[in-house]
Write a new protein. Structure first.
Length: 142
Protein backbone atom coordinates (compact mmCIF):
# COMPACT_ATOMS: atom_id res chain seq x y z
CA UNK A 1 0.00 0.00 0.00
CA UNK A 2 1.36 3.36 -0.98
CA UNK A 3 0.88 6.43 1.27
CA UNK A 4 0.66 9.91 -0.09
CA UNK A 5 1.62 12.96 1.97
CA UNK A 6 -2.05 13.90 2.11
CA UNK A 7 -3.20 10.55 3.56
CA UNK A 8 -0.29 10.49 6.03
CA UNK A 9 -1.22 14.01 7.18
CA UNK A 10 -4.88 13.04 7.56
CA UNK A 11 -3.90 9.94 9.55
CA UNK A 12 -1.62 11.97 11.85
CA UNK A 13 -4.37 14.54 12.41
CA UNK A 14 -6.91 11.81 13.17
CA UNK A 15 -4.60 10.11 15.67
CA UNK A 16 -3.79 13.42 17.37
CA UNK A 17 -7.46 14.32 17.75
CA UNK A 18 -8.26 10.84 19.11
CA UNK A 19 -5.49 11.06 21.71
CA UNK A 20 -6.61 14.53 22.80
CA UNK A 21 -10.22 13.34 23.15
CA UNK A 22 -9.23 10.25 25.13
CA UNK A 23 -6.85 12.19 27.35
CA UNK A 24 -9.74 14.01 29.01
CA UNK A 25 -11.78 10.90 29.84
CA UNK A 26 -10.09 9.38 32.88
CA UNK A 27 -7.81 10.72 35.55
CA UNK A 28 -6.75 7.89 37.79
CA UNK A 29 -3.82 9.53 39.55
CA UNK A 30 -5.47 12.71 40.80
CA UNK A 31 -3.46 14.97 38.51
CA UNK A 32 -4.79 16.78 35.49
CA UNK A 33 -2.98 16.44 32.17
CA UNK A 34 -1.51 19.92 32.70
CA UNK A 35 0.21 18.69 35.88
CA UNK A 36 -1.86 20.67 38.39
CA UNK A 37 -4.60 19.45 40.70
CA UNK A 38 -7.49 17.67 39.01
CA UNK A 39 -10.45 20.01 38.38
CA UNK A 40 -13.83 18.40 37.75
CA UNK A 41 -16.99 20.05 36.47
CA UNK A 42 -20.66 19.16 36.15
CA UNK A 43 -19.83 16.53 33.51
CA UNK A 44 -18.22 14.42 36.27
CA UNK A 45 -21.61 13.94 37.96
CA UNK A 46 -22.21 10.24 38.61
CA UNK A 47 -18.63 9.21 37.88
CA UNK A 48 -15.88 7.60 39.96
CA UNK A 49 -12.34 8.88 40.35
CA UNK A 50 -9.31 7.13 41.82
CA UNK A 51 -6.79 9.17 43.79
CA UNK A 52 -3.57 8.53 45.62
CA UNK A 53 -3.45 9.61 49.25
CA UNK A 54 -2.43 13.27 49.38
CA UNK A 55 -3.71 14.09 45.88
CA UNK A 56 -5.62 17.36 45.52
CA UNK A 57 -8.66 17.96 43.36
CA UNK A 58 -11.52 20.41 43.03
CA UNK A 59 -15.12 20.37 41.93
CA UNK A 60 -16.21 23.47 39.97
CA UNK A 61 -19.96 23.98 39.49
CA UNK A 62 -21.66 26.91 37.78
CA UNK A 63 -24.29 28.84 39.66
CA UNK A 64 -25.59 32.27 40.56
CA UNK A 65 -25.64 33.01 44.30
CA UNK A 66 -27.22 36.42 43.65
CA UNK A 67 -30.50 34.55 43.04
CA UNK A 68 -30.28 32.90 46.46
CA UNK A 69 -29.23 29.57 44.94
CA UNK A 70 -25.82 28.20 45.78
CA UNK A 71 -23.95 24.91 45.85
CA UNK A 72 -23.25 23.18 49.16
CA UNK A 73 -22.17 19.77 50.36
CA UNK A 74 -25.20 17.57 51.01
CA UNK A 75 -24.72 15.84 54.35
CA UNK A 76 -21.07 15.52 55.29
CA UNK A 77 -17.81 15.29 53.40
CA UNK A 78 -16.78 11.59 53.25
CA UNK A 79 -13.98 10.72 55.67
CA UNK A 80 -11.65 9.85 52.78
CA UNK A 81 -11.49 13.56 51.90
CA UNK A 82 -10.26 16.66 53.71
CA UNK A 83 -12.11 19.84 52.67
CA UNK A 84 -9.70 22.66 51.84
CA UNK A 85 -12.36 25.35 51.37
CA UNK A 86 -14.46 26.82 48.62
CA UNK A 87 -14.38 29.98 46.54
CA UNK A 88 -16.61 31.75 44.04
CA UNK A 89 -15.00 32.53 40.69
CA UNK A 90 -16.61 35.14 38.48
CA UNK A 91 -15.71 36.24 34.98
CA UNK A 92 -17.97 39.30 35.21
CA UNK A 93 -16.50 42.77 35.22
CA UNK A 94 -16.05 44.36 38.62
CA UNK A 95 -19.23 45.95 39.94
CA UNK A 96 -21.63 43.92 37.76
CA UNK A 97 -24.64 43.07 39.88
CA UNK A 98 -26.45 39.75 39.41
CA UNK A 99 -23.66 37.98 37.55
CA UNK A 100 -23.22 34.27 38.03
CA UNK A 101 -20.02 32.41 38.61
CA UNK A 102 -18.45 29.09 39.45
CA UNK A 103 -18.34 27.69 42.99
CA UNK A 104 -15.09 25.75 43.42
CA UNK A 105 -14.72 23.23 46.26
CA UNK A 106 -11.16 22.03 46.96
CA UNK A 107 -10.28 18.68 48.57
CA UNK A 108 -7.32 16.51 49.47
CA UNK A 109 -7.46 12.71 49.46
CA UNK A 110 -6.87 12.01 53.16
CA UNK A 111 -7.41 8.32 53.96
CA UNK A 112 -7.76 5.12 51.96
CA UNK A 113 -11.25 3.93 51.13
CA UNK A 114 -14.29 4.77 49.03
CA UNK A 115 -16.72 7.59 49.69
CA UNK A 116 -19.41 9.55 47.89
CA UNK A 117 -19.25 13.33 47.72
CA UNK A 118 -22.77 14.72 47.26
CA UNK A 119 -23.62 18.34 46.52
CA UNK A 120 -26.84 20.22 45.98
CA UNK A 121 -27.80 23.53 44.39
CA UNK A 122 -30.59 25.14 46.37
CA UNK A 123 -31.84 28.07 48.39
CA UNK A 124 -30.91 27.12 51.96
CA UNK A 125 -34.01 28.68 53.51
CA UNK A 126 -36.37 26.65 51.32
CA UNK A 127 -36.22 23.54 53.49
CA UNK A 128 -39.28 21.82 51.97
CA UNK A 129 -38.23 22.29 48.34
CA UNK A 130 -35.98 19.71 46.64
CA UNK A 131 -32.61 20.94 45.26
CA UNK A 132 -32.67 22.53 41.82
CA UNK A 133 -29.61 20.43 40.83
CA UNK A 134 -27.50 17.70 42.43
CA UNK A 135 -23.98 16.38 41.91
CA UNK A 136 -22.49 13.07 43.09
CA UNK A 137 -18.93 11.86 42.77
CA UNK A 138 -17.57 8.55 44.04
CA UNK A 139 -13.99 8.90 45.24
CA UNK A 140 -11.64 5.94 45.69
CA UNK A 141 -8.48 6.79 47.66
CA UNK A 142 -5.62 4.28 47.47
Amino acid sequence: MRWSMRSAGALALGLTLTLVALGGCVYGSGASPAGGPLRLGASADGTTIELSKGAEFSVALEGNPTTGFDWRVAGVVPPQLAAMGDTLESSAAAGVVGAGGTRVFAYTAATAGTGVLSMEYLRPWETTVPPEKTFKLTVVVK
